[in-house]
Design a protein around this ligand. Structure first.
Ligand SMILES: Cc1cc2nc3c(=O)[nH]c(=O)nc-3n(C[C@H](O)[C@H](O)[C@H](O)COP(=O)(O)OP(=O)(O)OC[C@H]3O[C@@H](n4cnc5c(N)ncnc54)[C@H](O)[C@@H]3O)c2cc1C
Length: 347
């Protein structure tokens, strides 16, 4: 690029990966044009605090990481409420839902993930609730406050956070735990039994090694029946079965995609000038000669930073966040992809 030219860095996604990429680019390139596009209507917010928000313990001001002025001061353009429908890598542009085209010199895809819906649950999807974004939370907040009886299906890490929230609100909870709900991590039998014991001891009715055969709307709420013969009623049913990368807009563009967008250790995709980071990416790990999806806030930020530095001409391999333990109902799980965050580090 010639020295008079200000490149346009376009960042698709307003989570920790996208924000860390934008800030790293700005710190190192004061002249560049930087745009963040997100289909949500809220500024960058702390997902780990969503449960405190649902419970009414904090207001929406405490969800926000940075306000609009923060971006104005850094000359980063925020385009909220705008969904990317398609990427055109040949024309170096993305196409938004309202058909506007936005050009780029370098594109960082940081589109995160959404709730995984198990194929066996597809026919009941309209009865299920999820907790992965502010938009979903806005839809359910009041209903959760009013409801008394809850049925939780699966039980991934967000699910256990939600369970703790319901306990703190004195709600009645029944949980059907699936060992593969922690996808991409599978619970061993031993872990499952220990977690089950922990959940039961805290007063939650819990089932496992069973599956749903029917969810039926009733006058008030729903009736849930399992193949093992359990029948329960609940005001609200929630599904917590892990997250899958949001990459629909990238299919058919020539990008290599498996579950997520495949990137090498430098966060480069299979196409020139396009990088991917955070939970939408699947990163090559030379140690195991395979690609792994990484979830969790700290890793998303590290990957955003690595993508930005490499765009700027470095040649840095991504490192994962330090290994820590987190407590899942008394079971200590060692991980580098998730850390139980009460007050997330800003990026
Ligand atoms: C309730 C909850 C609690 C959590 N608690 C923890 C915790 O304690 N510890 C931890 O490590 N992690 C936690 N997480 C996970 C953590 O928040 C995620 O790992 C992290 O946000 C991933 O960052 P990301 O930048 O990759 O994607 P995201 O934060 O998901 O951001 C993706 C962005 O891309 C945008 N986007 C996607 N597709 C499009 C499109 N087509 N067009 C326009 N915009 C698009 C989205 O609107 C969003 O702005 C929690 C998550 C939830 C939901």
């Amino acid at each position: 690029m010639n020295t008079d030219y200000s490149p346009h860095y376009l960042i698709l996604g307003n989570g920790p990966a996208g924000n860390k990429a934008a800030l790293t680019l700005r710190e190192n390139d004061p002249q560049a044009l930087i745009t963040i596009v997100s289909d949500e209507n809220i500024e960058f917010y702390y997902k780990p605090r969503l449960t405190d928000y649902i419970a009414g313990k904090i207001g929406s001001d405490r969800l926000r990481v940075n306000d609009f002025k923060f971006y104005e001061d850094r000359n980063i353009r925020l385009r909220l409420g705008q969904k990317v429908e398609k990427i055109d890598p040949v024309g170096h542009r993305v196409i938004l839902k309202h058909m506007e085209e936005v050009g780029y010199d370098r594109l960082v895809i940081a589109s995160g993930s959404r709730a995984r819906l198990l194929p066996s649950m597809e026919s009941y999807a309209e009865h299920l609730n999820f907790v992965t974004s502010f938009r979903e939370v806005m839809e359910i907040k009041e209903k959760v406050q009013e409801a008394k009886d809850f049925f939780l299906l699966g039980g991934d890490l967000v699910g256990f956070r939600f369970l703790n929230m319901l306990r703190s609100m004195d709600k009645n909870v029944t949980m059907l735990i699936f060992p593969d709900a922690f996808w991409p991590f599978n619970l061993t039998d031993e872990m499952l039994s220990a977690i089950e014991a922990g959940v039961t001891a805290s007063g939650t009715r819990v089932y496992s090694r069973d599956s749903v055969s029917r969810i039926r709307p009733r006058d008030r709420g729903f009736e849930i029946t399992t193949k093992g013969g359990v029948q329960e009623n609940a005001d609200l049913v929630f599904s917590f079965n892990g997250l899958i990368p949001r990459v629909e807009f990238a299919r058919g563009t020539g990008l290599d995609i498996d579950r997520g967008i495949l990137v090498n250790e430098y966060m480069e995709t299979s196409l020139d000038h396009i990088y991917a980071c955070g939970s939408c990416a699947q990163i090559y790990n030379a140690g195991i000669n395979s690609y792994t999806t990484s979830i969790g806030w700290p890793n998303a930020a590290i990957q955003g930073e690595t993508a930005a530095l490499n765009i700027l001409g470095d040649h840095q391999k991504v490192e994962s966040a330090g290994r820590k333990y987190f407590d899942l109902e008394g079971v200590q799980i060692k991980t580098s992809w998730w850390e139980n965050i009460e007050d997330p580090p800003s990026v």
